[in-house]
Design a protein around this ligand. Structure first.
Ligand code: S3P
Length: 440
């Protein structure tokens, strides 16, 4: 399926609510499904990725009672009754779809379960590195086989065992790996500690504490520990909007003259807000109204973006990378429309996302006429010359598809993205929001 964008007839003006946060939705399904008791979850992201995780938790014995569905796609408001830390052996293999987060986090839990389980995913997920979770979970005592055609890749066969706590230094800054170890640590007797090279998103820690299980965090936020065994207690939850989805519209309003757009109830967790700092540093005009209460431990608020003239280039710092890793494709679009040079380095992790996002972003930007130099660990973009719309491939990557449809809004002519089905993995309703932006 294709989608086309072109310059809209009017600037982007008004209000928009993006769907619930993807990272928090995965964790809500997992912890709600493991908890003792019934949790009411509101504003769940019913994207394919999170629905796979929710179905997996059902396979493991969690029960769902749907209160509201979104547009025939899936539940956004439901009760989940957990298994009290005793998942049942799944009758069938667990399908994680396209989701690295789902597979890696659930591996942490399954490693501690007294049965064998199998997880598989699509072609993209079957080529992503799983050694990064297999190493620490094996140290804890689990036995995990990566049976994919690519070495160290899914399908995974997990032989659950009684786990022992470990102290583990992460070789890469990854919230997924940290979370897999913390989830395994919930089952192990004693204190499990994860030491991170840089701060990564802390939704697991916040949600654990919401479910009554404190994690202790060192002063600089790099060392996280959990003492098991623990049983999370059900606790209702409202999930804020996903700042990574809001980022597409922040950039759109920053590059389309005359825009004045408010994004409602977006998550403002400080481990995710580097995109706001960077866009402001580039000259974007933003007003951030943080709500006085937090959504169950997760801060949120409204973000208004007003077009304030051309952006200018910036250098992304190494410590900012984990905080905005998923926003780099759309940031590269902002950089292409900015005056001057933007440098995005120390971002090698982009090569092992849903696609090699350094390669796919560079290839599509170059096709539109942008000046981009590709490096092993990132890209340097010399912005400011007009981009030209053309026919582009999504490469099956949701964030590539959406980023380049946004690029099309500010480029000459029209831009058509092939293979936009992938957008459903994180942003159901994007096509409607795009049509609204185009005033169609
Ligand atoms: C995620 C963490 C990030 C991010 C991914 C979601 C999470 O991955 O890219 O989209 O929910 O923990 P890494 O932690 O592997 O960098």
């Amino acid at each position: 399926m294709n989608l086309t964008s072109h310059q809209p007839t009017h600037p982007l003006i008004g209000d928009l609510s993006v769907p619930g946060d993807k990272s928090i939705s995965h964790r809500a399904a997992i912890l709600g499904g493991l908890a003792e008791g019934t949790t009411e979850i509101s504003n769940f992201l019913c994207s394919e990725d999170c629905l796979h995780t929710l179905r997996a938790m059902e396979q493991l014995g969690a029960r769902i009672q749907v209160l509201e569905e979104y547009d025939g796609v899936g539940p956004i408001h439901f009760f989940i009754t957990g298994v009290g830390m005793s998942p049942l052996a799944p009758a069938e293999s667990i399908d994680c779809g396209n989701s690295g987060t789902g597979m890696r986090l659930m591996a942490g839990m399954l490693a501690a379960c007294p049965f064998e389980s199998k997880m598989f995913g699509d072609a993209s997920l079957s080529s992503r590195p799983m050694g990064r979770i297999i190493a620490p979970l094996t140290q804890m005592g689990a036995s995990i086989e990566a049976t994919g055609t690519r070495k160290g890749c899914a399908p995974l066969i997990i032989h659950g065992r009684t786990l022992s706590p470990i102290e583990y230094q992460l070789p890469v800054a990854s919230a997924q790996v940290k979370s897999a170890i913390l989830l395994a640590g919930m089952f192990a007797s004693g204190t499990t500690m994860v030491i991170q090279p840089w701060i990564t998103r802390d939704h697991t820690e916040r949600l654990l504490s919401h479910f009554g299980i404190p994690c202790s965090v060192s002063q600089q936020g790099l060392n996280i520990s959990i003492t098991g065994p623990v049983v999370p207690q059900a606790h209702n939850l409202i999930i804020p909007g996903d700042i990574s989805s809001a980022a597409f519209w922040m950039v759109a309003a920053s590059i389309i003259p005359g825009s004045n757009l408010t994004l409602r109830k977006v998550g403002l967790n400080p481990t995710r807000t580097a995109i706001l700092d960077v866009l402001q540093r580039m000259g974007a005009h933003m007003t951030i109204n943080q709500a006085s209460a937090s959504n169950d431990g997760e801060p949120f608020g409204d973000i208004t973006v007003r077009y304030a003239g051309p952006l200018h280039g910036t250098t992304i710092q190494e410590q900012e990378i984990p905080n905005l890793i998923d926003e780099i494709p759309i940031l590269a679009i902002a950089a292409s429309f900015a005056q001057g040079t933007t440098s995005i380095r120390h971002a090698k992790e982009l090569r092992v996302k849903e696609t090699d996002r350094i390669a796919t972003t560079t290839q599509n930007l170059q096709a539109m006429g942008a000046h981009v130099e590709e490096f092993e660990d990132g890209m340097v973009i010399r912005g400011g010359n007009p981009l030209t719309g053309c026919l582009l491939n999504s490469f099956g990557d949701h964030r590539i598809a959406m980023s380049f449809l946004i690029a099309g809004l500010a480029s000459q002519g029209s831009t058509t993205l092939e293979g936009v089905e992938c957008i459903a993995t994180s942003y159901p309703g994007f096509a409607d929001h795009l049509a609204e932006a185009l005033h169609e």
